[in-house]
Ligand binder design. Structure first.
Ligand code: ADP
Length: 891
């Protein structure tokens, strides 16, 4: 048997079962005629029973067929008029047939219900995006979904598969603008007869809607449809069987009727409670939460409508739907009964399927509305709790659009000092202080009146006049047109925090001004100490160089110079340390070539090592191709410190090994000496300031802060420092620095070189102009120049004078002090460079501003070179020769 024939047969069979109760009514009427002795009635009864035997057999309702055959047989044996015994036999046969018919009807109902329980929804949609959305919505809601993008594939699927619980159908397809309606119209004739079809289309026009409904649509929805709305429609349409059975209370004073109807409902998987006494109903309902009452109309103690009226008065039960079941055929009386509190009227004898459908419909609606009410109650409860939490935590008020207070919570009253009655109806301005400027509130009003949330800190005034601060959020409530109709303000008391913030601000300002004072002090200290040291070191150096002075006096002068140098390094170290502590030591961390740093530091320590008879060795990589992320000058300072220590604290004829090892993203630079080593018990003190671990009693010079500075510098550049030491063997101090990211590799050395520009003026008699206000420095310079007879030293006591003299003399070189009275050295340089006539004269800065950054600043401002005071005379002379020579050469 093919599928189409099968489904046609199924439909016919279902049609036959649906009509069975009608046939039974006919048989019952014939039976009555037979009992009343109506002539020919028995033959009619026989024919009717016989016909039923055949058709029931055709539709494979074998039990019904058998029961009908029983009745047919009895009828065929009897003769009119029938006696009581015969009548009883006929009654029994009829009752058997009726019960078989009822069972078949119930089986049909439950089969139809089961079809919906499986809840398969077929979706016919050719727009892929919409189809995907529908699939996800339906699957999430627990449906099984069959998706069809073409009408033909849907048609084919429908013939093969079981009937779905519902069909969701688009209207417009390539076949035509009403192709969806057309296919449904065809299929409603056969397979889709009992299946709800929900149209979902972009078409909003009447023609489309009409076409859909004519085709047999259950509902017509226009796109876009909301998820919830769609699910509700499907659930309603598909009449899904509930997870928990509906609870029905059946009340009928006729025991047999009660039993029959209850049985019908139970067969449809409902939970049924039976009662023969309407007066008991209130008691029963206390323990049995019925979702529907099936009431007989006419009961002697209390009629159905009377009971309905009583229940209607009781709040607990007023919503329970009531379905009357009665032989009442008078429509006006039926309506009257419904008017008194019923929902539906069914006439006896009732078709079981009809009864189950009606009961399902009303019970489902009742359950849905109860669920909605429950959801509303839960929502209200949650809202109340939110409100409570808000009130417990925050200061809350609600105002209208003009700022008139409509609601304040207890916290608002408590903090403002006003009673609720004093606030309600008043304007919010009642707590306004004069702390904020008008624009502050203008901006706030602008935001909230345009529907935006505003947040900020507000200082308010209490009733007694004191101020309090609140962190405030104002949220506008908008009406349908998007305009605010009220504002809710939620505030937190931050008066205490504001106090702390104020105190912090004051102490921060104090700390900043102290730090500024410290920096200024350091800068001036540096300058003040270096100026006299310049003279001490300069003159002692001149003494040691002067061959006319006796040897022992020169030795003394060397001592002065050595002590001066020590004092200078002590001052430098202390200033460095102080600046590090104050966070003032600037770093310019950038990719730096390890090779240039190693070379630079090595050359600085070489002569010192040679003096002490220590060999400096490089092991392994020399830093070639290694670029680290560091401040060039500071890294060199670090290595010089470590190398110097390694030389200082070495054994005679010892060695110092420098090695570079690459690690993961970093390089380790190790300085290993062959010195006496550091006892383990002293290891913890090595990085303490001014702690020389007992060396202060020895001959080795030092200040005890070199390693502290070294450690701070390394860490400030993102590196780490450490050491290992074995007494008698020596120590290794190491530094690990992060490698620079590739591609950013350029050396600071190159930049340094680039800065030095030579623009020495040509002169027949090279003149060097020295701009300096300090007479002691002038005298020192004159002494130095006394040994350079080929040069002429000219002087200027101020920048202004220096400019004038530069114009007159056109010197080969200008030596410029920076800290000058009036115009400073920078400004003077700027003017010199701006003047066509003096632009090319090299200007060397000679300054006691020897802090980190000063040299860079000088060079980047356009100075050709930089010499720190106290002057290193031999270095200075070399520089001098270089400028004069290069100037002459160019000439
Ligand atoms: P300074 O060398 O000026 O005394 P440092 O801070 O550089 O100060 O070093 C602190 C102390 O650590 C030194 O006095 C010395 O006792 C010890 N020290 C430093 N480097 C070494 C080394 N390579 N070998 C042995 N002891 C060292």
């Amino acid at each position: 048997m093919n599928d189409q024939l099968l489904s046609t047969l199924t439909a016919l069979r279902e049609g036959f079962i649906a009509k069975l109760p009608g046939r039974l009514v006919v048989l019952q009427a014939l039976l009555d005629k037979v009992k009343r002795g109506k002539s020919g009635a028995l033959a009619e009864l026989h024919r009717a029973a016989h016909s039923l035997v055949g058709t029931a057999g055709t539709y494979r309702l074998m039990q019904v067929s058998e029961a009908a055959r029983e009745l047919e047989n009895i009828a065929s044996f009897l003769q009119e008029p029938v006696n009581e015994v015969d009548q009883h036999a006929l009654d029994t046969a009829y009752a058997g047939l009726a019960s078989c018919a009822a069972r078949s009807a119930l089986n049909l109902v439950s089969a139809q219900l089961k079809r919906t329980v499986s809840a398969r929804v077929m979706v016919v949609e050719d727009d892929p995006e919409q189809a995907e959305w529908l699939r996800s919505v339906l699957e999430e809601a627990g449906y099984r979904v069959g998706m069809y993008s073409e009408l033909e594939s849907f048609r084919a699927a429908l013939q093969e598969a079981d009937l779905p619980a519902a069909v969701i159908m688009d209207m417009v397809f390539p076949e035509g603008d009403e192709a969806g309606a057309q296919i449904i119209a065809q299929m409603k004739q056969h397979s889709l007869k009992v299946v709800p079809v929900i149209f979902l289309s972009v078409r909003q026009d009447m023609a489309a809607k009409l076409a859909a409904h004519r085709a047999g649509a259950t509902r017509y929805l226009t796109k876009p449809v909301e998820r919830e709305a769609l699910l509700r429609v499907i659930a309603d349409s598909a009449a899904l069987a509930p997870d928990t059975p509906y609870r029905v209370l059946v009340v009928d004073d006729s025991k047999s009727q009660l039993a029959v109807h209850s049985h019908m409902l139970r067969q449809a998987d409902m939970e049924v409670c039976e009662s023969g006494n309407p007066l008991e109903v209130l008691n029963i309902l206390e323990n049995f939460p019925a979702e529907l009452l099936l009431l007989d109309m006419h009961m002697p103690e209390c009629s159905g409508p009377e009971l309905a009226a009583i229940l209607h008065d009781d709040e607990r039960y007023s919503g329970i739907p009531i379905v009357y079941l009665s032989t009442e055929t008078d429509v006006s009386r039926q309506l009257l009964a419904l008017d008194r509190g019923g929902d539906h009227f069914l006439s006896k004898p009732v078709n079981p399927m009809h009864l189950v459908s009606v009961v399902c419909l009303h019970a489902r609606r009742f359950r849905q509305s109860k669920e909605q009410a429950e959801a509303m109650r839960a929502m209200r409860y949650e809202q109340e709790r939110h409100q409570q939490a808000l009130d417990a935590h925050a200061i809350v008020s609600v105002t209208d659009v003009s700022g008139n207070i409509q609601y304040v919570n207890d916290k608002f009253c408590a903090i403002s000092g006003y009673a609720r009655e004093e606030l309600l109806g008043k304007n919010q301005r009642v707590v306004k202080s004069s702390v904020h400027p008008g624009e502050y509130f203008d901006a706030m009003w602008e935001a909230i009146s345009s529907g935006k949330i505003w947040q900020g800190e507000i200082c308010n005034r209490t009733k007694s006049g004191s101020l309090y601060w609140v962190q405030t959020s104002i949220v506008p409530f908008l009406d349908k047109s998007g305009l605010p109709y009220q504002y809710i303000s939620i505030r937190t008391d931050i008066t205490h925090l504001k106090g702390i913030e104020q105190a912090l601000l004051v102490s921060k300002e104090a700390a900043e001004s102290a730090s500024r004072a410290k920096s200024e002090f350091l800068a001036s200290m540096s300058h003040e100490l270096r100026t006299p040291l310049n003279a001490i070191l300069g003159f002692s150096q001149l003494f040691t160089m002067d061959a006319r002075i006796p040897q022992d006096a020169r030795e003394n002068a060397r001592e002065i110079e050595r002590a001066g140098q020590h004092l200078l390094s002590l001052i430098n170290d202390m200033i460095d340390l102080a600046r590090i502590e104050a966070g003032k030591l600037g770093f310019s961390v950038e990719p730096v070539s390890m090779e240039s740093v190693l070379k630079g530091s090595f050359s600085m320590v070489e002569s010192f090592a040679r003096e002490r008879g220590i060999r400096l060795l490089v092991n392994g990589a020399t830093g070639q191709d290694i670029t680290v992320q560091a401040d060039h000058l500071r890294l060199r300072q670090v290595l010089i410190n470590l190398l110097t220590n390694a030389v200082k604290y070495n054994k005679p004829q010892g060695t110092v090994n420098l090695s570079c090892n690459l690690g993961e993203g970093k390089v380790r630079i190790s300085v290993t000496d062959t010195g006496y080593g550091i006892p383990v018990e002293l290891h913890g003190r090595i990085f303490n300031a001014f702690d020389r671990l007992g060396e202060e009693r020895g001959d080795i010079e030092g200040t005890g802060i070199g390693l502290v500075i070294t450690k701070r510098i390394v860490e400030a550049m993102g590196g780490t420092i450490g050491f290992e030491s074995i007494v008698g063997q020596g120590s290794t101090f190491w530094v690990e620095m992060p490698l620079a990211i590739e591609g950013e590799n350029h050396s600071l050395e190159q930049a340094d070189d680039a800065v030095i520009q030579h623009a020495t003026a040509q002169s027949d008699r090279p003149i060097v102009l020295y701009v300096e206000d300090n007479p002691m420095n002038v005298r020192l310079m004159q002494q130095i120049f006394a040994g350079r007879k080929n040069l002429e030293l000219c002087l200027a006591g101020s920048a202004e004078e220096g400019m004038e003299r530069a114009n007159q003399l056109h010197p080969s070189l200008i030596l410029m002090d920076i800290n000058l009275p009036g115009m400073d050295g920078y400004k003077a340089l700027e003017l010199l460079k701006a003047d066509e006539y003096t632009r090319h004269i090299p200007v060397v800065a000679i300054t006691a501003n020897a802090m980190k950054g000063d040299e860079e600043r000088c060079l980047s401002s356009g100075f050709s070179a930089y010499q720190a005071k106290p002057l290193n005379i031999s270095g200075f002379l070399m520089m001098l020769d270089q400028y004069i020579q290069s100037g002459s050469a160019r000439g």
